[in-house]
Design a protein around this ligand. Sequence first.
Ligand code: NAD
Length: 307
Amino acid sequence: MMKNKVTIIGAGMVGSTAAYSLIAAKSAEEVALIDVNKKLCLSQVMDLQHSVPFWGYTKVKVGSYADLKDSRIVIITCGSAQKVGETRLDLLKKNSEIIKSLIPEIFKRNPDIIVIMVTNPVDILTNIAIKLFPAKKNQIFGSGTILDSARFKFLLGEKIAVNPNSLHAYIVGEHGDSEVPLWSTVTIGNTPLDSFFKLSVAEKDEIFKTAKNAAYTIIEGKQSTYYAIAAGLVSLVDAVLYNKKTVFTVSHQINDLFGLKGVSLSLPLVIGAKGILRDININLSAREKKALKLSAKKLEEAEQGLL
Ligand code: NAD
């Protein structure tokens, strides 16, 4: 039987924190870390290994592409991180070259592996990966707006004094400036938000703006964001390893939804052992649909600019 092994490419802040979180959550039996910076990778692995006696049993190692062969999941976090004042799209050129050479290496070694893209701009890189291997489409998705949706739920939960786990609240579209909050379908338990708690337009705008700009705020203070995305990655890994069939707003290529086609962006999708299991027939207000289309257009144009 295949081990619950995860390979992480990129041992920087996000990759190493994801590895640490997988160890602490006892999700994976084995974690292999790969990085072009061999010295950094070895140091991260040693530090992680020394946490294992406290947490449990995970085998942690410096990996190579050979580790992909018996991994169930590969998490891609390699490349440049967002710098102060830099948008995620600025990273496009640098990181797309890395992804184009990496994806064939991955599927050559393991045709069944699930690929979770984290490197930014995550939507475009996910789309590039899917275009390279359309037959593997359901095995490839990006972390997309899982983090934005978590920030949205956290802020909304604080405002209305409800545990975020009892909220259904999604941010969809680009993981970035054109993302779209789905206010029309927010529910508390199964009660629509507006029946539960009256928020003014200004209050809603403030919550969304804070969620959307969180990455910029955090990067200003500590250069990168990694704890929350690492926690989100553990949830995605668990959904795949244990076939949990959980709904996440991950980035994936859409085929014919609201007139959109061939672009990757986030929508709520069901994740399990084979990756994307199915989509959800989401209801959007006319305004949300329009905003989603604009978000898709922005991503398409950015990707085309690359060609
Ligand atoms: P980082 O600079 O700390 O780490 C990146 C690592 O990638 C470095 O250690 C570097 O040596 C390595 N690397 C570069 N090219 C490589 C290659 N070809 N093969 C293997 N390793 C290579 O950056 P970080 O803070 O860990 O962020 C990583 C990526 O994740 C960035 O693109 C960042 O924008 C993104 N990110 C995404 C989200 C999300 O929600 N999708 C959240 C946070 C960060």
